[in-house]
Design a protein around this ligand. Structure first.
Ligand code: SF4
Ligand code: SF4
Length: 415
């Protein structure tokens, strides 16, 4: 509420607004780090999910999830993610406190409507674009909750899924007995309280391990991982100090100064690069492994998640470490204690931040390469392995180097 109040009614300049600093300099950069160490735990404490639960408690109809949401949920999330990023650039969301406030209001409207009509956390599982991102990243995380197969196999109560008087049913419609992915587990521990047999276990695993053995890969999830890569590219490119001159060149080439047009073209190119390259690698790999292009795209799209996450973290590290003091300055101004105007917002030297960014992208590249290697190993015979793995390895290296290159170029501050 404090953040919403400040965003909607506070200072109109982003660098003076405490809500902007808390949202985009603190929360947004920290969230991918949380996904790595705590899986989707953010969703257990997310204020929007809490609003959903409160509305449901008092006026909820608890209707079942509509079939089209179950069928197309991730595609809806893909489309929303693309739309939110596009609208951020053309209408201003991050750099405009009112825009950020309106985004949060829209999310609030969505969760209120969902909580009033549908059961459990329908919005979080099937509509929220942040939920889609968290789901993908949680697969790469080091924490997993699962039922113990020997105990669950003889269980007939399914208390974890249905709920008991001790705790609510699984809010994200998961069933620990058969759960093989952490994408939709927010580690809320309701199933731990509900299970009469102490079956559920929280364990650590190697980062990216879940991605090595995806049993039923889904095209929409692989597509989301390529989309996230494109979004990280566009976020980086539009923050470059050379972005205005690139934009000017594009304006000349297309003959219009309309930002709607020029940004949409740049955005489209940024999306097409990772999607097109993944498609190209899949086309080459299918010649060697005999599977369809779609199956190759779907299987190996998951390997991009590691590099996605690293690129996302590296990009956000800039905001957290180069603009971090803005949280203190705007916070002091919010409480009427000066504004810190004219002082540097940096917590670290640019060279140190850049070294950390390179380190992260390097780890992400190695992680994606290893994940592609494990996927190829798990699904193809010795004869087909090399021809399958090689095109995806080249793809990861190209995308890794694009990321490296973007972090070499100087970036403009937001705060
Ligand atoms: S987690 Fe517990 S309640 Fe759920 S299926 Fe396994 S034993 Fe049954
Ligand atoms: S109830 Fe269990 S399976 Fe469902 S989200 Fe919570 S911790 Fe995960």
């Amino acid at each position: 509420m404090l953040i919403m109040f400040e965003l909607l009614l506070g200072p109109s300049a982003a660098h003076d607004n405490f809500g902007t600093a808390l949202t985009w300099v603190l929360w947004w950069p920290i969230i991918p780090i949380l996904f790595l160490f705590l899986g989707r735990f953010w969703c257990a404490i997310c204020p929007f999910a809490t609003i959903n639960d409160l509305v449901q408690k008092f006026v909820g109809n608890n209707r079942p999830v509509p079939k089209f949401l179950k069928k197309y949920g991730i595609w809806i999330i893909d489309a929303l993610f693309i739309f939110v990023t596009w609208s951020d650039h053309v209408w201003g969301v991050v750099e405009n406190p009112l825009g950020s406030g309106l985004l949060l209001l829209t999310l609030t409207t969505g969760v209120v409507a969902s909580g009033a009509f549908f059961e459990r956390r329908t919005f979080c599982r099937y509509v929220c674009f942040l939920g889609g991102l968290s789901g993908n990243y949680a697969r790469n995380g080091i924490l997993q909750l699962r039922g113990t197969p020997e105990i669950c196999s003889t269980c007939t109560v399914a208390a974890c899924f249905k709920g008991t008087d001790k705790a609510q049913p699984c809010p994200l419609f998961e069933f620990p007995k058969t759960m093989t992915s952490s994408a939709n587990c927010n580690i809320c521990a309701s199933c731990v309280k509900n299970c009469p047999n102490d079956s559920t276990q929280l364990t650590l695993r190697a980062p990216s391990k879940e991605l090595w053995f995806i049993r039923k890969p889904k095209l929409e999830e692989a597509f989301l991982s390529a989309v996230i890569m494109g979004i990280v590219f566009v976020q980086n490119v539009t923050m470059l100090e050379t972005w205005p001159s690139l934009l000017h060149m594009l304006e000349k080439a297309v003959g219009t100064t309309s930002y709607y047009v020029t940004f949409s073209i740049s955005f489209l190119i940024s999306m097409i690069i990772p999607i097109g390259l993944l498609g190209l690698a899949s086309w080459v790999a299918q010649k060697f492994n005999g599977e369809t292009l779609e199956m190759n795209f779907t299987r190996f799209g998951y390997a991009l998640i590691v590099l996605d996450m690293a690129g996302h973290m590296a990009h956000n590290l800039f905001h957290l470490l180069a603009e971090g003091k803005a949280i203190i300055f705007t916070g002091l101004a919010f409480f009427g204690q000066g504004s810190g105007h004219g002082l540097s917002t940096a917590l670290m030297e640019p060279a140190v931040i850049q070294a950390l960014q390179f380190g992260l992208v390097g780890l992400g590249l190695l992680g994606s390469l290893y994940t592609a290697y494990r996927i190829a190993k798990a699904n193809y015979s010795q004869e087909k392995f090399l021809g399958t793995f090689a095109p995806f390895a080249v793809l990861m290296v190209i995308l890794g180097f694009v990321n490296f290159y973007l972090f070499v170029l100087p970036m403009a501050m937001r705060m």
